[in-house]
Design a protein around this ligand. Structure first.
Ligand SMILES: [Zn+2]
Length: 160
């Protein structure tokens, strides 16, 4: 963990770590879904030192917590989302209604399949997902992202 609090945008990610972590996550998910051998552990991996540690996450569970203690997942059923979200790597995620995927979106579709469209619009590169999420690359800041969001809403005339 960087002590300076910088993000992966600054410090980078050691590529093999991604597949190692993904592999552990998929293994745990399979064990969880099959109800056979789910560890329930918090796993810490230091790929550089080849050091893996686990911690039993059970004691962290709180009976008074709605989510982990009572199993009430209110946010999973809510449709209110943040329209513009800043991500790592100067990428912004804009959220629209899923109808936008089938509308005539402004800009040029570079490539597409049933699930995703790669779009070039003005000086921006965009990835539009079937569920209405759109990652935009090349924006300056969150103000630019909000301006672009409103511009797209006005052009496509969609409900959000
Ligand atoms: Zn909790």
């Amino acid at each position: 963990m960087p002590t300076t609090g910088e993000s992966c945008e600054i410090n980078g990610v050691l590529p093999p770590v991604i597949t190692q972590v993904a592999s552990m996550e998929v293994s745990e998910a399979i064990r969880f879904l099959s109800r056979q051998g789910f560890s329930g552990k918090l796993i810490s991996a230091d790929s550089y030192k080849i050091d893996y540690r686990t911690m039993d996450a059970g004691p962290l569970k709180s009976d008074s917590c709605k989510v982990c203690g009572q199993g009430i997942y209110e946010l999973l059923n809510k449709n209110n989302f943040t329209a513009v979200q800043s991500n790592c790597g100067n990428v912004y995620t804009l959220r629209f209604n899923e109808d936008i995927f089938h509308d005539n979106f402004p800009g040029d579709v570079i490539r597409q399949n049933r699930f995703v469209k790669f779009i070039s619009y003005k000086e921006y590169e965009m990835t539009l997902f079937k569920d209405g999420r759109m990652n935009v690359y090349g924006l300056g800041d969150v103000d630019d992202a909000n301006i672009l969001y409103k511009e797209i809403i006005n052009q496509v005339n969609i409900r959000v």
